[in-house]
Design a protein. Structure first.
Length: 366
């Protein structure tokens, strides 16, 4: 694990979770690590990663996470891979799940790519546009089961690859970016001519396809999978899972998918098990109600955990949620509450940013 970021409330370990997929065993281990060494919570991020705060023994945490297969020996900082969270189970033009593990594996086999910025985002969009909404740097969107268009800096390139060649094309594009980047971190930081130069080096064939438009629909509640099993989608207050809830989630025994909207998807359940999971986990704080304001309201850590904050952002966000409780109409607009204009954890799409200072709340449309 890279040297963890230090914060006022202790060290912070960020565990990158390619495609947002965490196995039951990994989640169980994370819950134990959070209990033994952290503040007893797992924090979900806007890149579908998991953070543990308040760590005193960084060395011990690093060893435990490595042993659980959550931190590879190299490339840890650049394993930023977003994928359509429901792919292969509900909707989409293709099943991108196997491409996630292949991309992660082959990324680690290209030593030069370790030099990418930790902000560089790879993306695999199964055609519904949910990953494109994150404006990934090097990505592909599947227009059909066997054909995907390459996307650079969130821009459709008009270059298409066969599904078997997509992973190598995405990695080739990242290498072409690095060769031209001249210190810039993101594909969208390139000037037009340089970006055109990178696009010109892409493999694949030119073509056209319908543009992909994404409409955010919260993935909450009881969701039918195409194979007849059930996916349960939930959120937690402040995007923080208690270690106890994480342990119970791990005990379900199926893969959990974290989404960039900080949703928690429990996959591949029989109806009977799904029913039990609902009854056991809802009282523990997992919210399965699509009308809950927590499906639309998120926040940064704020004071006292962050030295830059002057306001207790979590409490303010909770008060906002409380004020909305019982409203007949669910909150439609996405809100993100922060303690300064760094706006950590902001969602990628359109949203309202509320900056809390000691004197006032400043509202900004993004
Ligand atoms: S947005 Fe500001 S106050 Fe909030 S966590 Fe980031 S740096 Fe701290």
């Amino acid at each position: 694990m890279r040297t963890p970021h230090s914060a006022r409330d202790g060290a912070l370990a960020r565990v990158r979770v390619p495609g947002g997929v965490v196995t039951a065993a990994q989640l169980t281990e994370l819950s134990h690590v959070a209990t033994e060494f952290g503040d007893g919570h797992l924090e979900l991020t806007s890149r579908a990663n998991i953070q543990i705060r308040g760590i005193a023994d960084v060395h011990a945490v690093s060893g435990r996470l490595s042993a659980a297969g959550l931190v590879p020996p190299t490339h840890e900082q650049v394993r930023n891979i977003a994928a359509s969270p429901q792919s292969g189970r509900i909707g989409g033009n293709a099943d991108v799940r196997e491409h996630v593990s292949r991309l992660d594996r082959e990324l680690q086999m290209r030593p030069g790519l370790e030099r990418l910025s930790g902000r560089f985002l790879f993306g695999l969009d199964d055609g519904r546009g949910d990953v494109l909404a994150l404006q990934p740097d090097s990505a592909a969107v599947w227009h059909s089961a066997d054909r995907a268009e390459l996307i650079l800096g969130g821009i459709a390139t008009g270059r298409f690859a066969h599904t078997d060649d997509v992973v190598s094309a995405i990695l080739d594009a990242a290498e072409a970016f690095l060769a031209a980047a001249d210190g810039r971190w993101r594909m969208r930081d390139l000037d037009h001519a340089t970006l055109e130069h990178v696009i010109g080096q892409l493999p694949g064939t030119s073509g056209s396809g319908e543009s992909v438009v994404y409409h955010r629909v919260p993935r909450i509640g009881w969701l039918e999978q195409s194979d007849g099993t059930v996916m349960l989608g939930g959120v937690v207050a402040h995007g923080r899972i208690t270690a106890q809830l994480a342990e119970f989630l791990g005990a379900v025994g199926t893969d959990i998918v974290i989404t960039p909207d900080r949703e928690i998807l429990i996959t591949d359940l029989s109806e009977g098990v799904a029913d039990t999971v609902l009854r056991v986990l809802a009282p523990m704080g997992l919210i399965f109600d699509a009308n809950s304001p927590w499906t639309h309201i998120s926040c940064c850590v704020g004071a006292p955990g962050c030295a830059k904050a002057t306001a207790d952002v979590r409490t303010l966000a909770a008060q906002r949620v409380h004020s909305l409780a019982g409203d007949a109409e669910p909150v439609a607009a996405r809100e993100h509450w922060v303690g300064c204009d760094r706006a950590c954890g902001s969602p990628a799409g359109t949203h309202t940013l509320i900056i809390a200072t000691p004197d006032e709340l400043v509202t900004v449309s993004k």
